[in-house]
Design a protein around this ligand. Structure first.
Ligand SMILES: [Zn+2]
Length: 316
């Protein structure tokens, strides 16, 4: 089954700093067999794997190679989610601590007259809706047709059906751009951040939230030690292609042209409908987040599962 895939293209230099001292730190197995009926070329990669490599210069971790199949990631994310599921994604509050924190931080950095916001990877539109409630004029970018049309219907705002790497083709600029749980999925993240820089008005702000690579690795490997047979799954099927450390996220934003870069701990997702299990888990998530913010250097500890960065467009 894996004999007739389209092959791999090796990646020789760090996407963030162009460093060439890359050391193998893990393996990402690929299993896309769920696509065997709808996309045989995609499913053909099942049973293969790619190495994960850490850059000695900046600490960034990326795949040693990527599948050569054209539009590999678009095909992987072309999921036919049910209307019910999308509706729940819009209604559910599990990311609201993240969303409201981002809106507060952006509002504090921009004068009240500058409230044009673009959400890249708008998903079902909940963040757009919360932003509108906070006085922002929003637009979204969302490739998936089902979530995009849901977001447009619920917000009445434009939702552009474009791949995120077409963000600079919109023909207008925004005061703020948000990428929440988006950048870890996109190969060549500095190129993406340069496009975001181009779509921001002078001295506009970007907000980027990603998983904290080192802390996620620590958590997954600790879990693997505790439970026999559990394999760490930080990068399976290349769902996450980028594994940022606090330092490599800063370097990526600076190389894309941003200034005033600030990287801190990102807020956690909280599980919906707290029964006893989720309630305990939510407390642990809040405590981890609190500890990672309170400790000096807290973002460099295993308590910071997520990173939240803000950076300014550097023109003018
Ligand atoms: Zn590097």
């Amino acid at each position: 089954m894996s004999g007739n895939h389209a092959g791999f293209t090796a990646i020789a230099a760090c996407w963030v700093c162009e460093g060439r001292n890359l050391k193998k730190v893990g393996v990402a197995p690929i299993d896309l067999s769920e696509f065997r009926d709808e996309d045989a070329l995609l499913a053909a990669y099942s049973g293969t794997s790619v190495s994960l490599q850490r850059c000695a210069a900046c600490g960034f971790v990326q795949p040693g190679a990527l599948p050569s199949l054209p539009r590999f990631f678009d095909r992987m994310y072309n999921q036919l989610w049910s209307a019910d599921w999308i509706q729940r994604e819009f209604e559910s509050s599990y990311k609201d601590m993240i969303f409201t924190g981002i809106l507060r931080a952006l509002a504090a950095r921009l004068p009240a007259s500058r409230r044009a916001l673009l959400d890249v990877g708008a998903h079902a539109g909940r963040f757009m809706r919360l932003a509108q409630a906070g006085g922002w004029r929003v637009e979204g970018l969302e490739l998936n047709p089902r979530t995009a049309s849901h977001a447009a219907a619920r917000t009445g705002a434009p939702v552009h059906r474009l791949n995120a790497d077409m963000v600079d083709s919109l023909g207008r600029r925004f005061d703020a751009v948000t990428l929440t749980d988006v950048l870890e999925h996109m190969p060549d993240p500095v190129a993406m951040l340069r496009r975001v820089h181009a779509v921001l008005a002078p001295q506009g702000w970007v907000a980027v939230k990603v998983p904290n690579g080192p802390a996620q690795w620590f958590k997954e490997h600790a879990r693997a030690r505790l439970s026999r047979g559990y394999a760490p799954r930080v990068a399976n099927s290349l769902v996450h292609v980028n594994h940022f450390s606090p330092r490599s996220l800063r370097v990526a934003l600076e190389r894309a042209g941003f200034d005033r870069v600030a990287v801190g701990a990102g807020a956690p997702e909280l599980l919906p409908d707290p029964g006893a299990g989720p309630a305990v888990s939510n407390v642990l998530r809040r405590v981890s987040y609190g500890v990672s913010r309170a400790l000096p250097g807290g973002i460099h500890t295993p308590f910071a599962f997520n990173l939240q960065a803000y950076a300014r467009q550097s023109e003018g």
